[in-house]
Ligand binder design. Structure first.
Ligand code: RB5
Length: 146
C-alpha cells in the first residue's frame, strides 16, 4: 500500500449499500475509513454529501475520497466545486487507474446504479493501487488548478 492512509467515504441514499461494501473492502486493504454517512436510506441531496466529503480531502483531514450516488455524476460535480479537488467518475478499471496515474485524482466517484458491487470493488482497487506518474502529467494537473 502507498503512503495514503485515510479515505473519506460518502454517498446519497442511492448508494448506501455499495458505500458500506466499499468501506468493508477498503478497511480490509489496510486503509483507515472516515465514513461520513448518511446512515439511512431516506432520500437526501447528493450535493451536500459530495461537498462534505470533498472538504475532508481539501482540508487534508483525509488523503483521498470515494463518493457514490446513483450515477456517480451529481456527487462528482459537487465535489469538484471544492478548490483542490480532482474527482472522476469511473465505471471501468482502466479509467480508475488513469485518473490517479495521469490526473492525480484525489477523489473517485462511482455510480451504484451503473456498476455492480463486484466491478465497483475492482474499480476501487484499480484507483487505490495506482500511483501518480508526475512529469508532464504534473504540468497538466497544475494547469487544471489554474
Ligand atoms: C437520486 O435519485 C439520483 O439523482 C442521484 O443518486 C444521482 O444519480 C445524481 O447524479
Amino acid at each position: 500500500m502507498s503512503a495514503t492512509k485515510r479515505i473519506v467515504l460518502s454517498s446519497d441514499h442511492a448508494a448506501i449499500n455499495l458505500r458500506q461494501a466499499v468501506a468493508t473492502h477498503v478497511t480490509a486493504k489496510g486503509y483507515e475509513v472516515v465514513d461520513i454517512g448518511p446512515t439511512t436510506t431516506e432520500s437526501t441531496h447528493y450535493p451536500l454529501h459530495g461537498k462534505a466529503a470533498a472538504e475532508h480531502v481539501a482540508s487534508g483531514e483525509c488523503d483521498l475520497g470515494i463518493i457514490l450516488c446513483g450515477t456517480g455524476q451529481g456527487i462528482m460535480m459537487a465535489a469538484n466545486k471544492v478548490p483542490g479537488i480532482r474527482c472522476g467518475v469511473c465505471s471501468d478499471t482502466f479509467s480508475a487507474t488513469m485518473i490517479r496515474a495521469h490526473n492525480n485524482a484525489n477523489m473517485l466517484s462511482i455510480g451504484a446504479r451503473v456498476v455492480g458491487e463486484g466491478l465497483a470493488l475492482e474499480i476501487v482497487d484499480a484507483y487505490l493501487d495506482a500511483e501518480f506518474e508526475g512529469g508532464r502529467h504534473g504540468t497538466r494537473v497544475d494547469m487544471i488548478e489554474g
